[in-house]
Design a protein around this ligand. Structure first.
Ligand code: 6PG
Length: 234
């Protein structure tokens, strides 16, 4: 399975991640709304997306048809600086014309188990996403799917995660299977501390990111500092 996924992974080196990702997201929105009248977008957490979300505030889109989901969340109070939803709301969503009822946060402040059950309920009746945004951690994790803690055979759509190596330990994550149930996936990878993880991924190592495998394959926007010099062709 991993070889099949790797063959469908397209690497796009960019020295302007913000511009490239913003354009990608906006374009995916236009296409989804044209094809089926709505756009189901799953957001990534972490630091890389903040500037991209900020840039989204300048995009002219059919916002009333956008539906926002979160790939993972950290079990912290709702207004904690480290919450993925807080970051996305501050950077973009709060000031947007996306109807509040279409911004589906993971209520991780209630604890991982309860929040995972609640998110499963929120996702009921929602089919294939249109675009899933993801980041890559230094150890190869994506969303809150960590090496040694995820199972490739996971059948649940949403998972309560304990003992995560990246703080906080308690988290909620969509599973690799649910994150792969999408028309398209876009990874946004930056920072030279990601080099080893990128190499492992490209070598076919079973890192969590490699298990995200929709039919259409995966696109990776990658900053030059994450690659060896010989791999960089802008
Ligand atoms: C989180 C994540 C996580 C993140 C990566 C990359 O909540 O921690 O969703 O998977 O996307 O760790 O994070 P950076 O962009 O900060 O490197």
């Amino acid at each position: 399975m991993l070889t099949r996924c790797l063959q469908r992974t397209r690497w796009h080196v960019t020295d302007n991640m913000v511009e490239a990702a913003t354009r990608w997201i906006a374009q995916a929105g236009v296409q989804a709304i044209r094809e089926r009248g709505r756009f189901d977008l799953v957001l990534a957490g972490g630091k890389t997306p903040r500037a991209i979300y900020e840039k989204m505030t300048g995009v002219d889109a059919d916002w009333p048809n956008w539906h926002i989901w979160f790939g993972d969340e950290r079990c912290l109070p709702a207004d904690d600086e480290e919450r993925n939803s807080r970051m996305a709301c501050q950077a973009w969503l709060d000031g947007s014309a996306i109807p509040a009822g279409q911004i589906h946060v993971i209520h991780a402040e209630s604890g991982a188990e309860a929040a995972a059950e609640d998110y499963l309920r929120q996702l009921q009746g929602i089919g294939r996403f249109d675009l899933v945004l993801l980041g890559l951690g230094e150890d190869g994790h994506t969303a809150s799917l960590f090496p040694g803690l995820m199972s490739a055979d996971e059948t649940a759509d949403v998972i309560a995660v304990g003992q995560a190596p990246k703080p906080p330990t308690d988290r909620v994550s969509m599973s690799a299977r649910r994150l792969s149930d999408t028309a398209t996936v876009l990874f946004m990878v930056s920072g030279k501390n990601k080099r080893a993880a990128v190499q492992s991924w490209q070598n076919g190592t079973a890192i969590p990111a490699a298990y995200i495998c929709p039919e259409s394959g995966v696109d990776v926007l990658i900053a030059p500092e994450c690659l060896k010099k010989s791999q960089i062709q802008l």
